[in-house]
Design a protein around this ligand. Sequence first.
Ligand code: NDP
Length: 444
Amino acid sequence: MSYASEVYDRVVAKNPSEPEFHQAVKEVLNTLSVVIDAHEEEYREMALLERLTEPERIIAFRVPWVDDHGKVQVNKGYRVQFNSAIGPYKGGLRFHPSVNQGILKFLGFEQIFKNSLTGLPIGGGKGGSDFDPKGKSDNEVMHFCQSFMTELCKYIGADQDVPAGDIGVGGREIGYLYGQYKRIKGLYEGVLTGKGLTWGGSLIRTQATGYGLVYILDEMLKQNNNTLAGKNVCISGSGNVAIYACEKCQQLGAKVISLSDSNGYVYDAKGIQLDIVKDIKEVRRGRIKEYVKAVPTAEYTEGRGVWNIKCDIALPCATQNELQLEDAKALVANGCKVVAEGANMPTTIEATDYLQKNNVMFMPGKAANAGGVATSALEMAQNSQRLSWTAQEVDAKLKQIMIDIYAKTADAAKRYNMENNYVAGANIAGFEKVVDAMKAQGIV
Ligand code: NDP
């Protein structure tokens, strides 16, 4: 049995009931087999893969808070500090009822390779809670965030672990979390990213994941003698990543024809009007179906099905495993030629295989959505220098980072004779740097 298969079996046996974590490990180890086989003896001796798949630390804690009716609520909080070989732990906080330890381990594991790909000195981590901010008042969200940070603040710091936003955690939540950290620790430091512009935030951080996704998409198309201009693009989700992916696609001359949320999707053949979406989602915290009230020529459909829309390019930007085998088949049948992942692991392994076998250019989330964490690292750099860069400066750095990620990904795939297999390329390029650091730092 190969070393990679042994380690995968160990992961499954030691972490039962964590299917998303198994899936993320399987995908990485499968595509790394060429590298692992070439260094098997050395890696085995150092138990390198066993260490890589075991988080350095998992913190799990109780989050009690009082709702607007005076009732005590209890949620579960976590921080998974996965790997600090190349820098302090960095990765978002997710507040969503589906959150559990296995989902955060899959996200933290992916984050190791993504952060490495950015070229910046950041290790991998992830955290969150099963708290659902949807339908809660600002007051309730504040009380929850304060309780969550009262415990989390013992384990994080500007040079130790720097959380950011993710699903359910945007500027409002980061504000409440930061306020409580400062109050308890008495430190005004860059302990969180995604902060507001008047208190240490970076310009372009809000847009960074979506913009970065489209920058790498544009670069991939250019390197394959194609262009984004004039293409029809299907996007899922209507949160932070989806909105700014839509904005950048439109700026570069593409037409975005769909957005969705967990209730359903809208199809606008004339092209999504983003000012209306921003008002619904960012101002009123409403549902995507409200779009058709403002644009009666658009159509709203309840449920899944966004990938049945005919498009040239698909950008899944909602959540894990939202693009499944039947969706991949529908996309290919409708002539879709490119998929780039804005969300983390939105495409199942079977769907990814099907797309790649049918010559769909496929850019995985580890590379494609790394612009968010890269810009977070730029926010950390500005905080420690006590400086604020202009939007143009940050945007130019973000764009260059995405172009570099494309080059590293394509180059790694080529070196191992897997040209255009960007899944393998991203995993290999991310892995090489982390493994080099782990080897140098001894058995820790
Ligand atoms: P938001 O909370 O802003 O938006 C999430 C969107 O996805 C919403 O439209 C939400 O719909 C939808 N969604 C969430 N869960 C489901 C589900 N189970 N089924 C269908 N739709 C769902 O999150 P972000 O935009 O920040 O994150 C989206 C994805 O991008 C996640 O995978 C995240 O990990 C990833 N990502 C985010 C980064 C960032 O900087 N924000 C960086 C890198 C990756 P609804 O409102 O109905 O829940």
